[in-house]
Ligand binder design. Structure first.
Ligand code: NAP
Length: 334
């Protein structure tokens, strides 16, 4: 889909293709948010970013046209102040693991938060929402608290009749500042290349963070994106084991994947879920029970040719020629 070819009703199209916009962003201090906000600013838009902690927004501060609001993002009155005067809202808030157990943390971050956000949007009269969900989100049948709470948030959005929503469901996202390729590379480096891996056969179609950001920008500009859910996948479908081997190859590290039987993987999830920060958990393991691959091509619908992980990861994982060690994220190159 390209903007400018729309046959959508005039009442919708009036708000589209009208730059510059003022956009309220929640969850914008994270990995995806930093990339997306940079692109929004480059496209001439202004951003009002809500965060729980101003220090988290340090990376956004040098960007002109970004106003940071630090406060209680769970309070709709606070969000309303952020959204007042905005043309659209982008929600990127999400967690991969909760502090406690039992799913309450996922419901708070994904469902209760979205209910408050929708209330704030109603009160500040903002009708356009771009919302980040995840592949396999399903309130009833999702395998994990993560996937069920992401699905429940989508249901809340669908029920909002006056809302012009667009939902994005990406597979796993990679980029120079991700916690996927950089974390596996660090683990391989620390372990001399030996990696016990749960669900090594689970399949993913990793998508580049810049392509995700571009999908949001295209949708912002296109009335046909209203009421549409886009699945976002990259061109390479890889098992988790293959993904780790690609990362090792790019970082020029030895790699010996030990595919764990499910019973051992459950034990790994249970033990690692007790470590502060939860590097891995039973909920992650449950999410891995469903392949994270697309059923429809959201990138194509938005006119995006997604970048290949195999081609890009060496840019930030390959050892630097100077000292033979892997460089820090080379964000300036991507
Ligand atoms: N990365 C991936 O591979 C991937 C794949 C599929 C879907 N997604 C989804 O994409 C979105 C962005 O992901 P990301 O990788 O950029 O995540 P991230 O780096 O962890 O950033 C998430 C942001 O959400 C905010 N946040 C976290 N917990 C919160 C809570 N309890 N209440 C309110 N705000 C909270 C944080 O903002 P403050 O600390 O500034 O408040 C943080 O900057 C998420 O919704 C995630 O589920 C990501």
């Amino acid at each position: 889909m390209q903007s400018g070819e729309t046959s959508a009703p005039a009442v919708l199209s009036a708000a589209f293709g009208r730059a510059p916009l003022t956009i309220g962003v929640t969850g914008g201090t994270g990995f995806v948010g930093r990339s997306l906000i940079t692109r929004l600013i480059a496209a001439g838009h202004s951003v009002r970013a809500a965060t729980r902690n101003a220090a988290r927004a340090d990376a956004l501060m040098p960007l002109s046209s970004v106003e940071v609001f630090a406060g209680n993002v769970d309070d709709p009155a606070f969000l309303r102040r952020v959204f007042d005067g905005c043309d659209a809202v982008i929600n990127l808030v999400g967690i991969l693991n909760e502090r406690g157990f039992g799913g309450g943390g996922f419901r708070r971050a994904h469902v209760t938060f979205v209910a408050g956000l929708l209330q704030a949007m109603r009160q500040s009269n903002v009708r356009r929402l771009l919302h980040m969900s995840a592949l396999n989100a399903d309130a009833a049948r999702g395998r994990s608290y993560y996937l069920r709470s992401k699905g429940a948030a989508e249901q809340l959005i669908h029920a909002e009749t006056a809302l012009q929503w667009t939902i994005f469901r990406p597979s796993v996202i990679f980029g120079a500042e991700d916690s996927l390729t950089t974390r596996f590379a660090a683990l391989l480096r620390q372990s001399g290349g030996w990696l016990p891996l749960a669900r090594a056969g689970a399949r993913f179609a990793p998508i580049f963070v810049d392509d995700v950001a571009l999908a949001f920008l295209r949708a912002l500009d296109d009335a046909r994106a209203v009421g549409t859910t886009y699945e976002l996948c990259g061109p390479d479908v890889l098992t988790l084991g293959q993904l780790v081997r690609e990362i090792a190859r790019a970082a020029r590290l030895p790699c010996h994947v030990l595919a764990l039987p499910d019973a051992v993987a459950w034990l790994q999830g249970a033990i690692m879920g007790l470590i502060p920060g939860k590097p891995f958990s039973l909920d992650n393991l449950r999410s891995l029970q469903t392949d994270s691959v697309c059923q429809q091509d959201g990138c194509q619908a938005l006119g995006i040719r997604p970048a290949s992980l195999k081609a890009w990861v060496p840019l930030w994982l390959a050892p630097s020629p100077a000292d033979g060690t892997a460089p820090d994220a080379r964000a300036d190159r991507v």
